[in-house]
Design a protein around this ligand. Structure first.
Ligand SMILES: [Fe+2]
Ligand SMILES: [Fe+2]
Length: 384
């Protein structure tokens, strides 16, 4: 590079470097001492000598979550063009125009980018007002849950160790923000009453947000995201709700995150098994169970059995919980048997001609693609 160097004083340079080195020794030494005795010290869990967050690089986590999230990053403008989002890049917009141009007339008609009035007309064609209200009532807890997922993942970002894990959590924060704002507009476009959080959901999500440290991984990524994943898997084949497939894909990565993180930074036996932690986890699960009778009527309007759904969710969530070392007060096998009894007891009392069945053996996720995504999480190794 051809430049004219400016003249500086060599002596001033030497003095400046010496002053900086001395102040550095004092400031860093003071902070290190305060840290050792638990009185503060450096706040950032960051190691500038190694150019790394404390915990090391852990690039595997970065590849499985940050890179993969970037690859699968979706835009609301593309997937739900009738909403107000304009998040496509100029290149994406141009690509779309070119792709549409190369289609035949029929293909183009099938890929019409709906405007909001057209989307609302589609909903009115496909659903009765009661069915629209039922869809919103079922998805509202997830809508409110996305707000808590956004808050909780932002707090977890400050808890996890390593550069890779922080990159992974950063993508989750971004995705939860997108889920919240997109789902909110999607549900509002149904033009029906948007319900508040039920008390069960309020208790569940407050307990999750207040959970300490890595227990948030159980409350949010295992329990709440397991429920959300199952709702998206149940509803994404309904007309006008195809965009939920994108949510389903994102949530599948989020449910895989604790497994990938804890395989590198495992919980201790005490953290996994101590009775207080086990009870606290159960305390998060109980309000989730109370959500089932709460949603039963609305699900029935759409021909869906809330307890088939509940059984399917409980099996998936308890599988993930045990695999990640988040033990509950009773082992999975007994828990599922107990819940089958409980669900059958409730249904015998409340449903005429109820025939006993194993609710916890149901799978309510619809569509081969969504099922394949879930197989990767629940049967195979964590998603990669
Ligand atoms: Fe989400
Ligand atoms: Fe999520």
């Amino acid at each position: 590079m051809n430049v004219v160097e400016l003249e500086t004083s060599a002596r001033a340079g030497r003095v400046n470097r010496r002053v900086e080195a001395s102040v550095n020794r004092v400031v860093r030494g003071y902070d290190a001492a305060r840290l050792r005795i638990g009185l503060g010290g450096r706040k950032a869990p960051y190691d500038d000598l190694r150019y790394e967050f404390l915990g090391g690089p852990h690039d595997g986590l970065r590849r499985k979550h940050y890179d993969k999230s970037m690859r699968l990053l979706w835009k609301a403008e593309d997937k739900a063009p009738w909403l107000s989002f304009r998040d496509n890049t100029p290149a994406e917009r141009q690509l779309q125009t070119m792709a549409t141009r190369s289609l035949t007339k029929e293909e183009r008609a099938a890929r019409t980018r709906l405007s909001l009035p057209e989307y609302k007309a589609l909903l009115d064609r496909e659903y009765t007002p009661r069915q629209k209200q039922a869809i919103v009532n079922i998805l509202a807890p997830i809508g409110h849950g996305e707000a808590y997922a956004w808050l909780t993942s932002a707090e977890l970002l400050g808890t996890v160790r390593s550069t890779g894990a922080r990159a992974a959590l950063t993508m989750q924060v971004l995705e939860e923000a997108k889920h919240f704002v997109v789902l909110r507009e999607l549900l509002q476009s149904f033009d029906v009453q948007m319900p508040r959080q039920s008390v069960w959901e309020y208790m569940l999500l407050e307990r999750v947000l207040k959970a300490k440290g890595l227990e948030k991984f159980f409350g949010m990524n295992v329990l709440v995201e397991g429920i959300a994943l199952s709702f998206f898997g149940l509803m994404s084949e309904l007309p006008g709700l195809e965009v939920l497939r994108q949510f389903h894909l994102d949530e599948s990565r989020h449910t895989a995150l604790p497994g990938n993180y804890l395989s590198e930074f495992p919980l201790s036996a005490w953290q996994s098994h101590n009775p207080v932690a086990c009870m606290r986890r159960l305390n998060m699960v109980l309000p989730a169970l109370a959500l089932l009778p709460h949603l039963e009527e609305d699900m029935a309007v759409l021909g869906l059995d809330a307890f088939d759904f509940g059984g399917s969710v409980v099996r998936k969530v308890s599988t993930l919980a045990e695999r990640n070392g988040f033990m509950l007060p009773i082992p999975q096998k007994q828990l599922l048997a107990l819940l089958d009894q409980l669900f059958n007891g409730y249904c015998s009392l409340s449903r005429p001609n109820h025939v006993r069945k194993r609710f916890t053996q149901q799978d309510t996720t619809v569509g081969e693609e969504a099922r394949a995504v879930e197989r990767e999480i629940f049967l195979g190794a964590a998603a990669g």
